[in-house]
Design a protein around this ligand. Structure first.
Ligand code: ADP
Ligand code: MG
Length: 697
C-alpha cells in the first residue's frame, strides 16, 4: 500500500465502501490521510458507573439492560430511554429525545460506550446522561478498543454508511502501514513558521496526543491542524505567484506612452480625474509599457469611476496601433459602454463598434469583418465577443468589466483573441482580501479608493412592506421635485421568469393604480435588445420617471437624475448585490435614497439589512456578505468558489492565509534558488490538478 493506492484495495474497504468514499471525494490512500476530523472529544475519563460523579463529563462502558421508546406517536418525537450496567453495582440511565433511531440498535445485551455529562435523575439517586454520544462496541472487547476510548478521539463526518468508528479504524490502519508523504515545505519556511513536520501533523490530526488542548482542536488551532491548513494555502499561493511571475516574464506588447498619447487622453477627459484615478492610471500605463503582458485587476467601489480609466488604457493601445475589446456581462451594460466609449473615443477620432447576441446576423457579419480587417479600434460586446468566429487583426488590450460576473475561462477566451494582449479586469464588487488572494492571486491589483467629488452618501432605510404607501408617496414627492426612481425586484438565480412576472405585475399596478399620472416604464431581461435600449434611453432622457425593473440594472447603468432606489423583497438579495443597486443612485448633485422593503424577517436577515443601512463601504459590506453567505455563494454560480481546499477555510483561517501568502512571496523572491525549483516541481506534481486553475509553468 502506498499513498496512491486506490481505496478499494485497502483492507476493510470493498467496492461498496469505495463508492461511498468516492462520493465524498476520497479516492486514494492519500485522500483518506488528509480527511480531517471536524470535531474532537475527550474520552480519557473512563469510569465505572458506580464512580460517576454528578456534573463531570465521563465515559462509561456498559451493557444495555432494558430499553423503551415512549411518547412516540405519528407526529410527536419519541423519547428513548435505556438503562446500562457495568458490574460496578450501580446503573446508569441514558435518555435521548428524538431517539427513535436508537431503538433498533440499543437492544438489551448490546455493549456500548457512552460519553456525556453525568446528572442525577430528579427525585432519585440514579445517575443519568441526557443525549450522550454513544458508540456500539463489539461483543467482546476487541483489539481496536483503544482507538475509540481512553484518549482524545477524532470525530469524522460519516460517508454513506461509513461511520466515524469505521473511519477511525481505516485511518489507523493506513497510519500504521503507509509511509508518510514527504515534507516538501522548504527548510527556510519551516524554520520560520515553527510548525510540526508533515508526518507528525497528519498523525496528530487523527490521533491527538494526550494533553492536547481540546479547545484548540475544536477551533482548528492545534499546531498540527494549523500545519495542514498552512500547507494548503502555502502551495496554492506559491502556485498563483509562480503563475503570476511567469506571466509577467512572458513576452508581450510594449506600448509606448508618448507625448501624443498623453495629449489624446487629456483631450478626451470630460472631467478632472480624482487622485485615485490618476494613481491607478499611472499603474496601468507603467504596466502597459513593460514588454510583458499586463494582468491587472482594477477594483473600486461602485461609482468610483473605473470606466474612464479603462478608456484611457484604450487610448494607449489604439495609439500604438492595436485594437481593444471590452467584454461586458449584460446587453444593457454593453450598450451603455458603447455609448460612453463612442462619445469619448469617437471624439478622439477612433472607431467604436458594438457586438452582442442580439445584433442581427447581417450586422454581426459586418462588424466581425471590420474587426478582422483591423478597421475597428474598440469593440464593446457581450459573450458574442468571445465566440470562435470573432477574429481580431491586432488585439492589444482586453478589458473585462464586472469580472465577478464572469468565470476565469471567459477571461482566457478573450485573451486568446490576441497574442499575449494586456488584460485589465474590472470589478465593482470589492473583493474581500482573503478571496482576492485565493481567486485573483495571480493578478496585480489596482484600487480606486475614492469617489468623485460632490457625491453625497445615499440615505438608506429599511421599511416593512406594510408601510409601502409611505414609500410611494415619498417617491411621488421626489418625482414632483424633478427626480426619477427605480423599483427593483429580485431575480432567483438562473431563472428570471418569476421576477419578470412580479415586475410586470407591479408595473401594471404602479402605472395604473399608484402613479396613474406619472410615466412608469418597465425593463427586464426578457425584453428584446431594442425594447431594452428604448426603455433605457427613455429613462435616461427623463421620459420615463419611474423604472420598474429586475437586477438587470445591477451593473453599469448611469442616470444621475435618479435619486430613489426602492428594492422590493430586499431580504432575497445578497448584500453586495444591493450595494451595487444602491450605486445606481447618488450619481448626481441631489441627495439620494435607497429604500429596502422587506416582509417579516428573521434575525440574520435583519442583521444583513442593517449592515447596508449603516454602511456605505463596499469593502466592509462584501466582507460581511461573504461571512453571512459563505465564499461559494458570494460569487453566485459563476465562480465555483475555491477549488481544492480541504481543511482550510478562508473565513476561519484568514490569519493562516496571510501567513502563507507572506511565506510564498518570500520564496518566490528567491529566484533561481534550489528551494524554489524544488517547490515548483512539487506543485506541478502534487497540486496543479487539485487547484485546477493554477497552471504552473
Ligand atoms: P464605476 O466605477 O461604477 O464603473 P463609472 O465609471 O460608471 O463608475 O463612473 C460613475 C460616474 O461618475 C459616471 O457618471 C462618470 O462619468 C462619473 N465620474 C467618474 N470619474 C469622475 C470624476 N473624476 N469626476 C466627476 N465625475 C466622474
Ligand atoms: Mg462600471
Amino acid at each position: 500500500m502506498d499513498l496512491a493506492t486506490p481505496l478499494q484495495y485497502v483492507k476493510g474497504i470493498g467496492p461498496a465502501r469505495a463508492d461511498m468514499l468516492a462520493a465524498k471525494g476520497l479516492f486514494t490512500v492519500s485522500d483518506l490521510l488528509y480527511y480531517a476530523p471536524f470535531r474532537y472529544e475527550d474520552r480519557t475519563n473512563i469510569k465505572a458507573i458506580a464512580e460517576l460523579a454528578p456534573g463531570e463529563k465521563a465515559v462509561a462502558m456498559a451493557q444495555v439492560c432494558s430499553a423503551k421508546l415512549s411518547g412516540f406517536r405519528r407526529r410527536a418525537p419519541g423519547v428513548f430511554e435505556a438503562t446500562f450496567q457495568d458490574g460496578s453495582g450501580a446503573s446508569l440511565l441514558g435518555r435521548w429525545f428524538h431517539g427513535e433511531s436508537y431503538a433498533d440498535s440499543l437492544v438489551p445485551g448490546t455493549r456500548v460506550a457512552l460519553f456525556g455529562k453525568v446528572e442525577l435523575e430528579r427525585g432519585s439517586a440514579s445517575r443519568l446522561m441526557v443525549q450522550p454520544e454513544v458508540e456500539i462496541l463489539p461483543d467482546e472487547p476487541g483489539e481496536h478498543e483503544a482507538l475509540h476510548t481512553g484518549r482524545i478521539i477524532a470525530v469524522y463526518e460519516a460517508a454513506g454508511r461509513i461511520s466515524t468508528r469505521v473511519f477511525r479504524l481505516l485511518i489507523d490502519r493506513i497510519l500504521k502501514e503507509v509511509s508518510m508523504p514527504e515534507d516538501a515545505l522548504p527548510q527556510s519556511v519551516r524554520e520560520r513558521v515553527q510548525l510540526p513536520g508533515l508526518a507528525d501533523a497528519i498523525r496528530e490530526v487523527h490521533t491527538p496526543s494526550a494533553g492536547t488542548d481540546l479547545r484548540f482542536l475544536n477551533e482548528f488551532r492545534s499546531p498540527a491542524q494549523v500545519r495542514l491548513i498552512f500547507d494548503e494555502f502555502f502551495w496554492l499561493e506559491c502556485g498563483l505567484l509562480v503563475k503570476k511571475t511567469h506571466a509577467r516574464l512572458a513576452p508581450g506588447i510594449t506600448f509606448n506612452v508618448t507625448g501624443r498619447v498623453r495629449e489624446q487622453i487629456k483631450r478626451m477627459l470630460p472631467f478632472k480625474p480624482t487622485a485615485a484615478q490618476r494613481r491607478v492610471m499611472q499603474e496601468i500605463a507603467d504596466d502597459m509599457k513593460r514588454p510583458h503582458p499586463m494582468n491587472r485587476l482594477l477594483q473600486g467601489d461602485v461609482g468610483s469611476g473605473k470606466t474612464i480609466v479603462a478608456a484611457q488604457a484604450a487610448v494607449i493601445a489604439i495609439e500604438n496601433d492595436y485594437q481593444v475589446a471590452v467584454l461586458a456581462p449584460t446587453e444593457i451594460l454593453a450598450a451603455q459602454h458603447h455609448i460612453y466609449f463612442k462619445r469619448l473615443l469617437g471624439g478622439a477620432g477612433y472607431t467604436v463598434a458594438l457586438l452582442t447576441g442580439s445584433s442581427t446576423a447581417r450586422e454581426k457579419q459586418q462588424i466581425k469583418k471590420l474587426i478582422a480587417d483591423g478597421l475597428v479600434h474598440a469593440t464593446i460586446g457581450t459573450h458574442a465577443l468571445i465566440q470562435e468566429d470573432v477574429n481580431f487583426a491586432r488585439l492589444g488590450l482586453a478589458i473585462v468589466d464586472e469580472q465577478h460576473r464572469f468565470g476565469v475561462r471567459q477571461r482566457l477566451e478573450l485573451m486568446r483573441k490576441g497574442t499575449q494582449p494586456d488584460v485589465l479586469v474590472m470589478t465593482a464588487t470589492p473583493i474581500p482580501r482573503t478571496l482576492a488572494l485565493t481567486i485573483y492571486g495571480d493578478l496585480e491589483v489596482s484600487t480606486i479608493d475614492e469617489l468623485p467629488p460632490g457625491r453625497r452618501p445615499v440615505v438608506t432605510k429599511h421599511v416593512h412592506e406594510s408601510a409601502i404607501e409611505g414609500v410611494y408617496s415619498f417617491v411621488a414627492q421626489q418625482i414632483k421635485a424633478g427626480r426619477q426612481a427605480y423599483v427593483v425586484y429580485p431575480v432567483v438565480e438562473e431563472s428570471e421568469t418569476s421576477a419578470v412576472k412580479a415586475a410586470e405585475k407591479m408595473h401594471e399596478h404602479l402605472s395604473t393604480k399608484v402613479f396613474p399620472a406619472l410615466r412608469v416604464g418597465l425593463l427586464h431581461g426578457k425584453l428584446s435588445a431594442d425594447e431594452k435600449e428604448l426603455a433605457m434611453r427613455a429613462f435616461k432622457s427623463g421620459d420615463i420617471q419611474i423604472l420598474v425593473t429586475t437586477t438587470v440594472i445591477e451593473v453599469g447603468v448611469d442616470v444621475p437624475n435618479a435619486t430613489v432606489m426602492v428594492v422590493e423583497q430586499a431580504e432575497r438579495f445578497g448584500l453586495a448585490q444591493i450595494h451595487q443597486l444602491r450605486g445606481r443612485v447618488g450619481r448626481g448633485a441631489h441627495q439620494s435614497y435607497c429604500i429596502l422593503v422587506t416582509g417579516k424577517v428573521n434575525d440574520i436577515a435583519r442583521e444583513r439589512i442593517r449592515t447596508l443601512v449603516e454602511s456605505s463601504d463596499g469593502f466592509y459590506i462584501s466582507e460581511m456578505d461573504m461571512k453571512l453567505r459563505g465564499p461559494g455563494e458570494f460569487f453566485g454560480t459563476k465562480q465555483a468558489g475555491i477549488p481544492g481546499l480541504r481543511l482550510a477555510d478562508i473565513l476561519r483561517d484568514s490569519d493562516v492565509l496571510e501567513m502563507a501568502r507572506r511565506e510564498a512571496q518570500r520564496l518566490i523572491e528567491k529566484k533561481d534558488s534550489t528551494e524554489l525549483r524544488a517547490a515548483v516541481r512539487y506543485i506541478q506534481e502534487h497540486w496543479q490538478r487539485r487547484y485546477g486553475f493554477v497552471q504552473v509553468g
